[in-house]
Design a protein around this ligand. Structure first.
Ligand code: FIX
Ligand code: ZN
Length: 436
């Protein structure tokens, strides 16, 4: 873990010591004033064409809300998928916002977005909202939304085997300083049997049962995409049944291709562990669930590859404590985020307090996982709202234990957790010195 420079000479200049009743305001102020880096989203920069989702119809047909629709409506998934996007959005608005009070985290999120733009949150129909979003120019809208969310950059999720996305990159997508790319490898690692022929069709000498030549050809494929995409990290989500080492295409390609390629390009590998994929395929993206994973696999990966850096998020609530313990054992492990089903204030509070108590500020507390642009507004507003009392309580305890806290201390920690922990993890040499 790269050391954090403390400005010794400025200790005196670190400002007045705060009284305990001043701490909460200081924390809220620093959370408000700090622009975060959103280290995992499913947003896309405009130069990647129409991949990026935004606007009211996309906000309402978010898979979190689709899951909630099927609990409050008699409509069956099959007939829901026959509707147009507009009809789906109208049904979700009517069912979850008009006929029922929008009290869940995801429905309240849409209310917060409408409210942020001064739009009616009690409307019976979506006319006004649609007109508003249709009148937005995407480039200025993105700037405005990032400002409302208090983020400076969003890290995308880019799949080199996605038939829609890959051609956009191959055509040469212009980089955008507001967006960073990530090489997402779920198709290669989790679905090799279905996708190896895509690489073969592009001239890579790969086989369904990976050989050492397959592994080096996959490395060549990854190197090509690293040069094209300049990713800040490589990433993969993994099932709750994930095992390492494992006699499988995934085990082989992780060991002989992906992890060595991350070392070669000096970027971390992000492992997002604990998904039970498609337990209910009828509801599509909403059909995934969670399972407790055996994190001894992560232990073996950290031990086996001490030169690699790992960004890790686990989906199961029951795995959170273990992850904190492993972070205390392995300096090449950076825990991040309260992922997916964990992104609810009651659970975020529990996870964040535990992390602060066990690993101090050496983690990245949250990412938005936004799939629709405007979601970053409520997801980061909720994160600031949930985390302020947690951080304030931590400083109150420090102050009561006999060490005065200053505003500069709080600022340093918040900048570290929501910016520099990540920036140093992806650019350990201080700036973007990756091979291009
Ligand atoms: O694997 C992932 O990156 C997950 O975040 C997504 O697949 C998931 O569908 C999601 O949107 C979670 O918030
Ligand atoms: Zn995600």
């Amino acid at each position: 873990m790269p050391p954090v420079a403390i400005d010794e000479t400025a200790a005196g200049a670190r400002g007045a010591e705060l009284h305990t009743d001043q701490i909460r305001d200081a924390v809220e102020g620093e959370l408000r004033n700090t622009l975060f880096v959103d280290i995992h989203t499913h947003l896309f920069m405009p130069s990647l064409g129409k991949l990026g989702l935004w606007g009211i119809d996309e906000l309402l047909t978010y898979h979190y809300l689709e899951a909630e629709l099927f609990r409050s409506s008699t409509i069956k998934p099959d007939s829901y998928w026959t509707l147009t996007k507009k009809e789906q959005a109208d049904l979700i608005w009517r069912t979850l916002f008009v006929q029922n009070p929008p009290v869940s985290e995801a429905t309240r999120g849409v209310i917060a977005v409408l409210n942020a733009f001064g739009l009616d949150t009690q409307a019976n129909h979506l006319g006004e909202a649609r007109a508003f979003f249709e009148s937005q120019k995407l480039s200025s809208h993105i700037r405005n939304v990032f400002q409302l969310a208090g983020i400076s950059e969003a890290v995308m999720t880019n799949d080199p085997l996605d038939p829609e996305e890959a051609p956009e990159w191959e055509r040469g997508a212009d980089p955008d300083p507001q967006f960073h790319s990530v090489l997402r490898l779920d198709r290669i690692l989790n679905k090799w049997t279905e996708h190896w022929q895509v690489l073969a069709s592009k001239g890579y000498r790969v086989e369904q049962k990976p050989t050492s030549e397959t592994a080096s050809e996959v490395r060549r494929f990854l190197a090509g995409w690293c040069k094209r995409m300049n990713p800040v990290y490589m990433a993969c989500s993994l099932p709750d049944t994930f095992q390492y080492p494992e006699e499988s295409a995934r085990g082989r390609l992780l060991t002989d291709a992906v992890i060595p390629a991350c070392r070669e390009f000096n970027i971390p590998l992000s492992l997002m562990i604990g998904v039970r994929y498609q337990v209910n395929p009828a509801i599509r993206l909403a059909g995934d669930a969670v399972g407790k994973a055996d994190l001894r696999s992560l232990e073996r990966i950290c031990v086996t590859f001490p030169e690699n850096r790992f960004l890790v998020s686990v989906l199961s609530r029951e795995n959170q404590h273990e992850l904190c313990v492993y972070a205390r054992k392995f300096a090449n492990l950076m825990p991040f985020g309260c992922w997916w089903f964990l992104n609810n204030p009651s659970v975020v509070e529990e996870i964040t307090r535990e992390r602060l108590e066990m690993i101090g500020t050496t983690f990245v507390p949250q990412h938005s996982d936004a799939r629709v642009l405007e979601q970053v507004i409520y997801k980061w507003r909720n994160t600031r709202r949930t985390m302020a009392p947690i951080f304030a309580n931590t400083y109150r305890l420090l102050s009561e234990d006999g060490r005065a806290v200053t505003r500069a201390d709080i600022k340093q920690d918040i900048v570290r957790m929501f910016r520099t922990n990540f920036e140093r993890w992806v650019h350990p040499n201080g700036s973007d010195q990756r091979r291009h």
